[in-house]
Design a protein around this ligand. Structure first.
Ligand code: HEM
Length: 150
């Protein structure tokens, strides 16, 4: 598609996990599309520059343009993203609704990367508690077995 292979989304949250879960990146990525007529798809992305995927959720989010500003850095003027957006065309959702919908979508992508994660964490707590109790028992048992050996 557009010269790029679409990734396997069942694993994308894990594939993009740096220090965290990958969810933060995906949440930003799906919310930072903007119009760029120089691109074949007509879209570009702040989190993934020159991305091969168009903005598939554009009807919900509408069209936005990032607001840049300039500052001096080591004697050069550099452009930076101010963190603000200009809404060019409204979407069918408000910005808050869109953020919540993307949040749900990303939670789903993360769950799909490892559906057993919640169970694993829950069972893990019991395993650690069992090991703690068993260590106490083993310690006292050992003391009692060796009690009469001088
Ligand atoms: C709601 C539906 C979709 C979601 C949640 C989604 C999500 C994603 C994500 C998370 C990535 C990976 C970004 C990365 O590697 O950092 C990606 C890449 C990509 N997606 Fe989608 N996608 C969707 C629909 C589509 C559709 C409909 C198309 C085709 C028209 C498409 C085409 C692509 C392509 C070509 C890439 C690779 C981009 C590149 O490597 O430059 N996606 N998508």
């Amino acid at each position: 598609m557009f010269g790029k292979n679409p990734p396997d989304l069942t694993l994308i949250a894990r594939a993009r996990a740096g220090q965290g879960t990958g969810a933060d990146y995906l949440y930003t990525y799906l919310r930072t599309y903007y119009r760029d007529e120089a691109k074949a798809t007509g879209w570009n992305n702040l989190a993934f520059p020159n991305v091969g995927m168009p903005h598939v959720l554009w009807e919900l989010q509408g069209e936005r343009q990032p607001i840049y500003a300039e500052r001096e850095e080591h004697g050069h003027t550099v452009e930076y993203f101010t963190g603000k957006w200009k809404q060019i065309k409204p979407g069918t959702m408000t910005p808050l609704q869109f953020d919540q919908a993307v949040g749900d979508l990303v939670n789903y992508l993360q769950w799909m990367g490892e559906p057993a994660q919640n169970t694993r964490l829950r069972v893990g707590v019991w395993v650690l508690l069992f090991l703690l109790c068993f260590t106490l028992i083993a310690w006292r048992l050992n003391a009692s077995f060796w009690k009469d050996v001088k």
